[in-house]
Every structure is written in structure tokens, then in C-alpha cells.
Design a protein around this ligand. Structure first.
Ligand SMILES: N[C@@H](CCC(=O)N[C@@H](CS)C(=O)NCC(=O)O)C(=O)O
Length: 199
């Protein structure tokens, strides 16, 4: 049996999309969470010095979306055709471009809050409007069944909503998509049992 070990901090962050994919596929894996205090000594031992990484029978894969795309392909959640796969990738990258705007590592709380408020107030509406138009009245973002793009929306919007709870109030279809993802039994089970973390 393939041995999987996912290494990240004790956060949802950039590892949560892969944890959703593991939960959905039912594949067993080690959810290895590094204590922040141990990071300086671990960092130099990790190729490219950043997490998450996924070890697959000892082969180290870095970059959260490369890891998640691999897991999505393995479990049939990458899209049913090459065009669907490209669309799912494009939606994931679009959401990720937005998430990357935030200064996650900023230590100065005033600077951080100002930047977060600005992005959530002035930049988020554009993304939400475009995602809502893309989704339309479909059940899933791409094709006729759930893909990792739906998971990524759920994971990232959970973090965004924790920063601004009314963020998507004008977009009931995007909120309903979250409900659909979270109602998938394996995802519901994971959300209920996962460690409770701030991000
Ligand atoms: N694009 C990379 C970004 C990886 C990244 O920046 N990881 C952060 C945590 S979210 C990290 O390792 N920070 C610690 C450091 O850079 O020393 C990915 O998606 O995996």
C-alpha cells in the first residue's frame, strides 16, 4: 500500500485542500503537523524549505497545488475531461491568486488588519462576482460532479469568512456550493473531527 505523509503546520492553510482530498478518497495518510517552535531546525531539511510537502513512498512533492492536483487526479476529482481539468485548474489558480494577495506572515497587527480590510472590502467583490457568474445555476463549478475546485472554494472561503462573516452574503449560490461540499459525508466527517485551528 502506498505510504503518504503530509507535512505542514498545525493549521488548515495550504494543506487543507489535500486533507479534503484524502478524506474524500478514504486513502490513509499521516497528517504530520509541525510545531512552530521546531520549524527553524526542520526547514533546512525540506527541499525548497517550505511546507506543505507530501511524501509518497518517500518521494517528496512540494507546492500545495501540485500536491493537491496529484491527489485530485488519483481520486477522480481533477475533472472528467482534459477541458474540465484545465477549467478546474484555472478556478483553483484564480482563487489562489486572490488568497496570495493577503500578507499572511505580517507581524505588525495594524498593518496586517489594514491590508486584510482593504482586500476583503475592495478586491473580494470582484472575485466573488466572477466566481458566481462562472458557477451560474450549476451544482458544481466544473462539469456535472464535484472537483477539487469546489473543495478549494470551500477551504479558502472558510478562511475568508472567518475574517469577514458577511463577505458572501450577496452570493447565495456560492454559499450553497459551500453547503454542498460540506454535506459530502466524508467531508462532513473530516470537518467535524479535524483539529480546531485559527486558520
Ligand atoms: N506556493 C507555495 C507556498 C509555500 C509557503 O509559502 N509555505 C509557507 C507556509 S503557508 C511556509 O513554508 N512558510 C515558512 C517559511 O517560508 O519558512 C505552496 O503553495 O506550497
Amino acid at each position: 500500500m502506498t505510504q503518504y505523509k503530509l507535512t505542514y503546520f498545525n493549521l488548515r492553510g495550504r494543506a487543507e485542500i489535500s486533507r479534503y482530498l484524502f478524506a474524500y478518497s478514504g486513502k490513509k495518510y499521516e497528517d504530520h503537523r509541525i510545531a512552530a517552535a521546531d520549524w527553524p531546525k526542520i526547514k533546512p531539511t525540506i527541499p525548497f524549505g517550505k511546507v506543505p510537502i507530501l511524501e509518497v513512498d518517500g518521494v517528496v512533492i512540494h507546492q500545495s497545488l501540485a500536491i493537491a492536483r496529484y491527489l485530485a487526479r488519483e481520486s477522480g476529482l481533477a475533472g472528467q475531461t482534459p477541458v474540465e481539468q484545465a477549467l478546474a485548474d484555472a478556478i483553483v489558480d484564480t482563487i489562489d491568486d486572490f488568497m496570495t494577495l493577503f500578507p499572511w506572515a505580517e507581524k505588525n497587527q495594524d498593518v496586517r488588519k489594514k491590508a486584510f480590510d482593504d482586500i476583503l472590502t475592495n478586491k473580494a467583490p470582484e472575485l466573488l462576482k466572477d466566481l458566481d457568474t462562472f458557477l451560474g445555476d450549476n451544482n458544481w463549478l466544473v462539469g456535472k460532479s464535484v472537483t477539487w475546485a469546489d473543495f478549494y472554494w470551500d477551504v479558502c472561503s472558510t478562511t475568508l469568512l472567518s475574517c469577514k462573516p458577511d463577505l458572501a452574503d450577496n452570493y447565495p449560490r456560492l454559499l450553497a456550493l459551500r453547503d454542498r461540499v460540506q454535506a459530502l459525508p466524508a467531508i462532513a466527517d473530516w470537518i467535524q473531527k479535524r483539529p480546531k485551528t485559527i486558520m
